[in-house]
Design a protein around this ligand. Structure first.
Ligand SMILES: C[S@@+](CC[C@H](N)C(=O)[O-])C[C@H]1O[C@@H](n2cnc3c(N)ncnc32)[C@H](O)[C@@H]1O
Length: 336
């Protein structure tokens, strides 16, 4: 068993089973604390690690909104769970197309992992780090970017036993971690995600700005168990190696939207990542990047664009939701 598995097993044998959301939170914190899991040699790859175009397009999206909002003199550009810092580095490079915007930005990273903070500092040396959003300075508009952040926040699960919904927990059978009780259906909610979205939206309602959330998930409600573990790009059992595998669950975008609306922001329709990136010009960017390159490099750029946009790749599973201050202009990328 892993060190976290041993610690949880000891706690469970003394005090009884723990909830699925507690289990997930412990696993995610331990997992990220000591590793950089991205890329071919890691456990998974995210959109900014596939291509620089992802961060660049988000950079131009942000600059455009800032411009149309009347060019506020100072903005906090906040990224939640910035991974290696790749998205922000690409975003900032693109933002320099509008020098006044680049001047107005102060970069804040909300990141709990010491290992990833070090990776982020290499790519974005001028950033300021925080353990949570509450520590980001108040009083100026903020742009918040969260790519594959909400899927790492914990979900609660309930299981139906004899027609009644009961909290699903992690207990011990012998010395093996086991989900309990057994039932005939499972449903998920995530108070942690709804709280986070509400806090984020309340900040935007108070200070101005917008939040761009990109993640994989569904427009709820949906029944079922979406808790999943990934190790070396393959699915694993969520209880197999606590803290050693990446643990996530699909995002219920309807629940995030409801929380954000409740906290006083305007919420965009839910867009699919593929159409969103295409509407913002990723094809033109790919074309431009390919200029003068050899066939192999051009092929790689075209392949990355397809992976980010095609429905059978990341284009449909990944979705985009934006919360905006009520007095701010409509963000680009959502059709008319
Ligand atoms: C799947 S990675 C996404 C990385 C990056 N956004 C990307 O697209 O490559 C999740 C990130 O969220 C961070 N994280 C997870 N839970 C967190 C929490 N509760 N507070 C702050 N950061 C967290 C992880 O350390 C990691 O940087």
């Amino acid at each position: 068993m892993t060190p976290l598995g041993r610690r949880l097993a000891a706690e469970i044998s003394e005090h009884g089973p723990i909830s699925v959301d507690r289990y997930m939170a412990e696993c995610v914190a331990a997992y990220y604390a000591g590793r950089d899991p991205f890329g071919r040699d890691g456990d998974f790859t995210t959109a900014p690690e596939i291509s620089q175009m992802f961060g660049e397009i988000i950079g131009l999206w942000t600059a455009d909104l800032w411009d149309r909002a009347g060019r506020p003199q100072r903005v906090n550009l906040v990224e939640l769970g910035p991974g290696r810092g790749t998205l922000m580095a690409d975003l900032l490079r693109a933002a320099r197309a509008l020098p006044a915007f680049a001047e107005a930005i102060r970069v804040h990273f909300v990141e709990t992992s010491p290992t990833l903070r070090a990776a982020q500092a290499e790519r974005v040396p001028g950033a300021t780090w925080h353990d949570d959003l509450g520590a980001v300075p108040r009083g100026v508009p903020l742009f918040v970017v969260a790519n594959e952040f909400f899927d790492a926040l914990p979900v609660r699960q309930e299981v139906r036993v004899d027609g009644e919904w009961r909290e699903r927990q992690v207990g011990l059978v012998g010395d093996t971690l086991t989900f309990m009780p057994a039932g005939d259906a499972i449903r998920e909610t995530s108070p942690a995600r709804a709280d986070y979205a509400a806090t984020l939206a309340a900040r935007i309602a108070a200070d101005g700005g917008a939040a761009l959330v990109v993640d994989y998930g569904y427009e709820g409600p949906a029944e079922g168990d979406s808790l999943q573990a990934l190790a070396a790009h393959a699915a694993a059992a969520p209880l197999a190696a606590p803290g050693e595998h990446d643990l996530t669950a699909h995002v219920d975008f309807a629940a995030l939207a409801e929380a954000a609306r409740g906290a006083g922001t305007r919420v965009s329709p839910l867009a699919l990542q593929g159409p969103f990136l295409l509407a913002l010009g990723i094809a033109a960017r790919a074309e431009r990047l390919s200029h003068g390159l050899d066939p192999e490099a051009r092929h790689a750029i075209a392949g990355a664009m397809r992976r980010l946009t095609l429905p059978q790749a990341m284009g449909s599973l990944f979705k985009v939701l934006v919360f905006t201050h009520k007095d701010w202009p409509e963000p680009a990328g959502f059709g008319a």
